[in-house]
Write a protein that binds this ligand. Structure first.
Ligand code: SF4
Length: 263
């Protein structure tokens, strides 16, 4: 999906490996090494591509497979810096640190624009998308002045209302922030409000999550085999990548089935 003229899907070929330099890595189940913020990962090649891309999980870097910049990487390199990836790295990383949350915000706003039941919000959503898009296209020197927290707050109001409208007429269980780690949630999840819920390792096999709001839900290792999330709200690619699924898992349009899922 596109929001205005900004691309919201990562295109690593037009980035400069920013996500492999900027964040710190901590040796854990997600990353095989410690790496300080701002230092290139030792697996990053000179052409800005990952040298172990096809084997990240086997090599101890599953955390890398669940990261998504929502297109902020190529926006930083190609637009903010005009394709000059040889800019001082600190400047690139500083811009990327602002653009990444803006692009994620745009992804959610754009998803809300696609909710038919929230058509009445469309003008306000369009206005918010235009505002964030315009800010994200600002020169590098202006990016640091953007009030990302304030923008999130404004968007939050609209997203909440879009969610409420989309889930109207469903049981709409309130499971916000629920601790469902390793559990098999009981009852109907149609229209459930699972915002920020902890679904790590949860057993959701074969479940229907029609119009369930999953914004900010932690789906790491959640078992989605056979589950239907085709109309789930605000689901993102990183959430899907972090979960377990198979060929029968149904996803919303615009999200890809991760290569590591069982066929
Ligand atoms: S392992 Fe590959 S994808 Fe992960 S940070 Fe290093 S270079 Fe980037």
């Amino acid at each position: 999906m596109l929001a205005g003229v900004l691309e919201l899907r990562a295109d690593c070929a037009r980035c400069a490996g920013l996500c492999c330099v900027g964040p710190a890595l901590t040796r854990s189940a997600d990353f095989a090494i410690d790496k300080p913020a701002g230092q290139p990962c030792p697996n990053l090649r000179d052409d800005h591509r990952c040298g172990i891309h096809a084997h990240l999980r086997e090599r101890g870097f599953p955390g890398c497979t669940v990261y998504d910049c929502f297109g902020a990487g190529q926006q930083t390199v190609q637009v903010t810096f005009g394709g000059a990836s040889s800019q001082p790295r600190d400047e690139l990383l500083a811009a990327f640190a602002v653009l990444r949350p803006l692009h994620e915000l745009l992804w959610h706003l754009d998803a809300a624009r696609g909710i038919a039941a929230a058509a009445a919000l469309r003008p306000a959503l369009d206005e918010q998308v235009s505002r964030v898009t315009e800010l994200a296209a600002a020169p590098a020197a202006s990016l640091a002045e953007i009030d990302v927290v304030g923008l999130r707050g404004d968007a939050h109001v609209l997203l909440q209302e879009a969610s409420r409208l989309a889930r109207a007429g469903t049981p709409a269980r309130d499971l916000r922030g629920a601790d469902l780690i390793g559990k098999k949630p009981r009852g109907d999840l149609t229209g459930a409000n699972l915002q920020g819920a902890y679904l790590i390792g949860a057993d959701l096999r074969g479940r229907r999550l029609d119009r369930a709001d999953l914004i900010g839900a932690d789906l790491r290792a959640a078992d989605l085999r056979g589950a239907d999330l085709s109309t789930a709200l605000f689901l993102t690619q990183p959430q899907v990548n972090a979960a377990v699924g198979d060929a029968s898992t149904r996803l919303p349009a615009g999200l890809d089935r991760p290569p590591h899922w069982a066929s």
